[in-house]
Ligand binder design. Structure first.
Ligand code: PMP
Length: 404
C-alpha cells in the first residue's frame, strides 16, 4: 500500500500537536476521516440536503436515492441477504439499546438468562444490567484465560435451558482479542438462543460476512470506519425483524395512523422513526468506498504487521506488561509499566504529539477481572507507520527515565 499517499488523504495528520507531528494512536476510539468523506458531507449539505422518503420534489428524491444507496452499500459490505436488513442508528450504543428495548417487549421474561462476556464494552453491559434490575433477567458472564481469550471449551457451563440471548463483542477494545464468533454462535443456535454481535471494533479490522457468521444481529458505528459520528448500523435477520416490535414511534415508520389505530411500515422503515441522519449515511457509504478502493485485505494485513512490530518493540521495554496476548488479535495493544501511572504516561506522551488512550476504556468489569484500574492503549490504522512506532517507543523510554 502507498502509505505516504494514503496519509495525504487524512487532513488531521498534517497538523502539529505541541509542536510535534501528530501521531494518532487512538483509532479504537475513533478513526480519522479522509477527504472524500469530508467532501461527501459538504456536498450533501450544500447541494441536496433534504428530508427523505416524504416529498415529491427533485432534491428530496436525490437525497432519498443517496440514502437508500447507502443502505445497499452497507448490506453488500457485510453480505446481508437483503438491503432491508440494514437499519440506520446513531451507532453501536444505540443499536444495542435498541435491541435490549425491543427484546424486553418480545422475547425476554423474568428469570430468563442472557450470556455476555467479561470483555464487553459498557455499551454491551449497562443496558443488560438495567434489564436485570427492571425485568429480573439473569446475566451469565463468560470468563477469559491468561491470554485474554474466551473460556468456551465447555459451553454447557455458560448456557442453560433458560438462556435466551447471547450478546458478545466481535473483538475486545482493550485486549484486541478477536472472538471465534462462528464457533460460539453455532453452539448458541443449537440451543435456540438469539445472538447479538457488538461489531464496533470487529468491523474495522475484519471482512464481516453476517451470513457466514450466522448471527441474528450485528451492530457497528460509522465513525470507527472513517465515516462521520452519529451514524451506525443495526443488521438484523429479516425473519426476526418482521416479528419484533418497533423501537421508537413517530413519523416515517407508519403505513396508516388514526387516533384509534396505527399500522406500521414494513422492515426496515418501521424501525427508523423520525428524520434519519441522511448526510451521515451518505458519508458512511463514501467511507466504505474508500476502504474498498484501498483494499480491505491489504489494510488488514498491514495493520497486523504494525501490531506485530509494536508488540515486539514494547516487549523489549523493561517492566512493561501487555494485557491481551491472544493468537487472533486486532491491532490494539493495552499495556502497563510498573511504577508509572497510565494517566501520567499518556499526558507526557501527548507532549510529544502522541495521541493515545489511558483509563478503563469503558470496560470496568474487565479491569476488575485483570485486577488493574486501567491501561495505556495504542490502536493502529492503515495510515500509521513503523516510524511512528519507533518514535513512540523511544519516547516511552524517555518518560521512563523521567519518572522511575
Ligand atoms: N463496543 C465496543 C467494543 C467499542 O469499542 C465501542 C466504542 N469504544 C462501543 C461498543 C461503543 O461505540 P459507540 O460509542 O460508537 O456507540
Amino acid at each position: 500500500m502507498d502509505i505516504t499517499g494514503i496519509r495525504k488523504d487524512f487532513p488531521e495528520l498534517e497538523q502539529k500537536v505541541h509542536n510535534h507531528k501528530l501521531i494518532y494512536f487512538d483509532n479504537a476510539a475513533t478513526s480519522l476521516k479522509p477527504f472524500p468523506v469530508i467532501e461527501a458531507i459538504e456536498e450533501y449539505y450544500s447541494k441536496y440536503n433534504s428530508n427523505v422518503h416524504r416529498a415529491g420534489h427533485k432534491i428530496s428524491s436525490l437525497a432519498t436515492i443517496a440514502y437508500e444507496n447507502a443502505r445497499k452499500k452497507v448490506a453488500k459490505f457485510i453480505n446481508a441477504e437483503s438491503n432491508d436488513e440494514i437499519i440506520f442508528t446513531r451507532g453501536t450504543t444505540e443499536s444495542i439499546n435498541f435491541l435490549t428495548d425491543i427484546l424486553q417487549d418480545s422475547i425476554l421474561n423474568n428469570g430468563d438468562e442472557v450470556v455476555l462476556t467479561v470483555m464487553e464494552h459498557h455499551s454491551n453491559i449497562v443496558p443488560w444490567v438495567e434489564l436485570r434490575n427492571t425485568l429480573g433477567i439473569d446475566l451469565k458472564i463468560i470468563d477469559i484465560n491468561d491470554k485474554g481469550e474466551l473460556d468456551i471449551d465447555d459451553f454447557g457451563k455458560w448456557f442453560s435451558e433458560k438462556t435466551k440471548v447471547l450478546s458478545i463483542t466481535h473483538s475486545s477494545n482493550v485486549l484486541g482479542t478477536i472472538n471465534p464468533l462462528k464457533k460460539i454462535i453455532k453452539e448458541a443456535k443449537k440451543r435456540g438462543v438469539v445472538t447479538i454481535v457488538d461489531g464496533a471494533q470487529g468491523i474495522v479490522h475484519s471482512k464481516v460476512d453476517v451470513q457466514d457468521i450466522d448471527c441474528d444481529f450485528y451492530c457497528f458505528s460509522g465513525h470507527k470506519i472513517y465515516g462521520a459520528m452519529g451514524i451506525g448500523v443495526l443488521y438484523g435477520k429479516r425473519a426476526l425483524l418482521e416479528v419484533l416490535p418497533p423501537y421508537q414511534q413517530g413519523g416515517g415508520m407508519i403505513e396508516k395512523v388514526s387516533f384509534d389505530n396505527v399500522v406500521y411500515s414494513s422492515v426496515p422503515y418501521k424501525f427508523e422513526a423520525g428524520t434519519p441522519n441522511v448526510g451521515g449515511a451518505i458519508a458512511l457509504r463514501t467511507a466504505i468506498d474508500y476502504i474498498e478502493s484501498t483494499g480491505l485485505e491489504q489494510i488488514i494485513e498491514y495493520e497486523k504487521e504494525l501490531l506485530d512490530y509494536a508488540t515486539q518493540k514494547l516487549l523489549d521495554i523493561e517492566h512493561l506488561t501487555i494485557y491481551g496476548t491472544a493468537v487472533n488479535k486486532d491491532p490494539i495493544i493495552s499495556f502497563g509499566i510498573a511504577g508509572i501511572h497510565h494517566y501520567d504516561l499518556s499526558t507526557l506522551l501527548d507532549g510529544f504529539g502522541i495521541a493515545m488512550r489511558s483509563g478503563h476504556h469503558c470496560a470496568q468489569p474487565l479491569m476488575n477481572r485483570l485486577e488493574i484500574d486501567g491501561t495505556s492503549r495504542i490502536s493502529f490504522s492503515f495510515y500509521n507507520t513503523f516510524e511512528e512506532i519507533d518514535y513512540f517507543t523511544d519516547k516511552i523510554k524517555i518518560v521512563k527515565k523521567m519518572l522511575i
